[in-house]
Design a protein around this ligand. Structure first.
Ligand SMILES: Cc1ncc(COP(=O)(O)O)c(C=O)c1O
Length: 372
């Protein structure tokens, strides 16, 4: 067997093996469960619009043998939604595809990339894979990006700033006016990526505005969006970037953008048209998010104000023990420093609260904390 690791790029060898969060099947086996509820990946548990499903079926039946050719139609639909030109858009296999393309296109070895100390997990990978140098800005106490410190960290070698708004895993969003003032101060030679994967779920009027309208005056700004969350198409892998046509043209060179399949395009076109379904998802998720946050606060937990479809919260108990106790009851969540839980369907959220009541009344977590 050749020593493949001796052939690998040094930057990749230094990176940990990718480990997906506990697979549902593993948990079912471990706890002898017949089903699990996955509140660990911030998916939209309601699934796609019925119109998107219908579009996929039609596309599969009639066109699956053909290469995708509805890109223009999809770009026009996205362009109309945001009031931009199709030339200012790139689509890819998920927002992840856009993040990878930004890194592969722009980061040269030694280039500095500014991240917060609580970045979305893919950002450091994108930088490391391209031999960039991560400059870390500690997050503020409220887990927002320290925008002043970010500006102060910009130097001659800075190529890119990767900012997540709202943040994952923090769930908190930046203040729109502060973020716009920040954008104005970033030099044009620095590419500023603002990842709005979750912004569709923001409700606070001071934090819910997209940065897309700023692109006109700031061609170095690229906003990243996805069909995985509000539109419930995570399994289809489709997302997009919005920027100046000049920046988008750079991304389109050399095959950096991963291609999007026909079913995903058909589903995305139909999902964009189905505004009443979008409203249903937004209303259901944001109402239940606030209901869950209230209940969690009632338990005495500190819940960060979420602008997303998940909650990030500090219980004061052992975070790992809570994750385990929920897993044993068939509910998957995810831990970072604290616990993160996706908002599910109404029924799933009720089941979650039932499980939490049971766990908290049993006192098992206090015992775990004491013995930790
Ligand atoms: C902040 C953030 N950006 C990007 C992505 C990637 O999204 P996609 O599913 O479109 O690849 C995610 C996925 O969860 C995310 O949380």
């Amino acid at each position: 067997m050749p020593d493949f690791e001796s052939l690998i790029k040094p930057a990749l060898l230094a990176m940990p093996l990718f480990r997906p969060s506990a697979a549902a099947a593993d948990v079912m086996k471990k706890y002898n469960l017949s089903s699990v509820t996955k509140l660990s990946m911030n998916e939209n548990q309601y699934g796609p619009s019925p119109r998107a499903i219908e579009a996929m079926i039609g596309e599969a039946k009639s066109h699956a043998f053909q290469y995708p050719d509805r890109q223009g139609e999809l770009l026009r639909a996205i362009a109309q939604k945001h009031g931009v030109t199709p030339q200012g858009l790139a689509i890819s296999a998920g927002a992840s595809g856009i993040l990878n393309a930004i890194g592969d296109t722009f980061i040269l070895p030694g280039d500095e990339v500014i991240l917060s100390s609580m970045p979305y997990q893919q950002y450091p990978m994108v930088v490391a894979r391209n031999d960039g140098k991560i400059v870390t800005i500690p997050v503020r106490e409220d887990l927002r990006q320290d925008l002043d410190a970010t500006l102060a960290a910009i130097g001659g070698k800075t190529k890119l700033i990767m900012l997540c708004n709202p943040g994952n895993p923090s769930s908190v969003a930046e203040n729109t006016a502060e973020l716009e003032a920040f954008i104005q101060k970033v030099p044009e030679r620095v590419i500023l990526m603002v990842d709005e994967a979750y912004l569709d779920f923001a409700t606070d009027p001071e934090r819910k505005k997209s940065m897309i309208p700023n692109i006109e005056r700031h061609p170095n700004l690229i906003v990243v969006r996805t069909f995985s969350k509000l539109y419930g198409l995570a399994g289809l892998r489709i997302g997009y970037g919005v920027s100046s046509p000049e920046l988008i043209a750079c991304l389109s060179r050399g095959g950096a953008l991963s291609s999007v399949n026909r079913l995903a395009m058909a589903a995305a076109i139909a999902a964009l048209e189905d505004e009443s379904y979008q409203r249903f998802i937004y209303d259901s998720i944001t109402e239940d998010r606030e209901m869950l946050a209230e209940r969690f606060r009632g338990y005495g937990w500190a819940v960060y104000p979420s602008s997303t479809n998940f909650l990030y919260f500090k219980t004061g108990l052992d975070a790992g023990a809570l994750l385990e106790a929920l897993q044993a009851r068939g509910i998957l969540i995810r831990n970072f420093e604290f616990n993160r839980i996706s908002v599910g369907t109404r029924e799933q959220n009720r089941a979650l609260l039932g499980a939490l009541d049971e766990i908290l009344h049993s006192g098992a977590l206090n015992r775990a904390a004491r013995s930790a």
